[in-house]
Design a protein around this ligand. Sequence first.
Ligand code: PXG
Length: 293
Amino acid sequence: MAEIQIYIDGKWVPKSEAKVSVFDHGLLYGDGVFEGIRAYNGQIFRLSQHLDRLWKSAAKIELKIPVAQNQLANLVKESIRRNNFSDAYIRLLVSRGVGDLGLDPNKCPVPNIIIISDKLALYPANFYENGLESAIVSVRRNITEALDPAIKSMNYLNMILAKIEALKKGVPEAIMLNAQGHVAECSGDNVFYVKDQAVITPPVSAGVLEGVTRAAVMEIVKTKTSFKLREALFKPEELLKADEVFFTGTAAEVIPVTRIDHKPIGSGKPGPATRTLINLFKDLIRKETSPSV
Ligand code: PXG
C-alpha cells in the first residue's frame, strides 16, 4: 500500500515525511483553525460551506489564510484524488506557523496549511439502528467571551475534557451545557430534539459551533418535512422529556440518541422523525455528491 500523501508547507509528501516544526504555534499554543470535511463518491460534501467557516474562524483569530478560497478548494479536491479515495475524511488545518517561543502571533510570518485525507472512523452501525447513549457532563462549553465556540480552533481541550468524562461514564459522546446551564453541544456534534412535531436545536448564540451538518439538517426540516423548526435555548430537563433526541456532525451524519444519563428518551428506540431525517440526509448526500454534480 502506497503511503497517504499529505499537503504541508506547500508540498505533497508521504505520511512518514509529513512533520511540523516544534516552533509551530499550532503545536505550542493551539493557535490555528481547522475543518473536518467528508468526501463521498469522490466528491467533497459542502466544501464551500466548510471553507466559508474556515475563513470565518481565521478572521476571528486575525489569521490571514495565505491562499485564495478557490485555490484551497482545489488542494482539498487534489488530496482525495492523489490518494485515490472515494469516501474519506479530510482534516484541513491552518496553523499560525513557525515563530519563536513567545505568544506573539506577529512573530509567525507564514501560516502553515496542512491537508490530511484518511479513512473515516465511523460510529458502529448498531448505533444508527438502536441509538447511542449519551450523558450530560460537568465540563461546560467555553464561554463566547473567552474563546468563541464558533471558532473551530486547533485548541480542542474543552471538548477533549468533555469526551474524557463521557468515556469514563461509558458513553461515546458528551452533552455539554453552556455557562448559563443551557444545552450547548457535544464534543464533536450538534444536538437536536423533537417534541410535539417540532425540531429544536440551540441557536449559535448559545455558544456552539455552527455545524455544516446542523445547517443541512435545518434546511431539510424546513423544506422537506412538515415539522416546525426552532432555534431555542433549553435546559437538560427538556432533552430528557423529548420525544426524540439526535446528534449531527460530519462524522456521525444524523445519529439517534436513545438514552441520556441512563434514562430512556421517548420510547427508548430511534423515533420516526430521526429515521426520516437520517434518510433525507442520505438523499441529500447522494444528490450533492453524485458524479454529475
Ligand atoms: N460541534 C463541535 C464542537 C464539532 O467539533 C460539530 C459540532 C459538528 O459540525 P459539522 O460541521 O461537522 O457538522 C463539530 C465537528 C471527529 C470529527 O473525528 C469531529 C467533527 C467533525 C468531523 C470529525 O470526531 N466535529
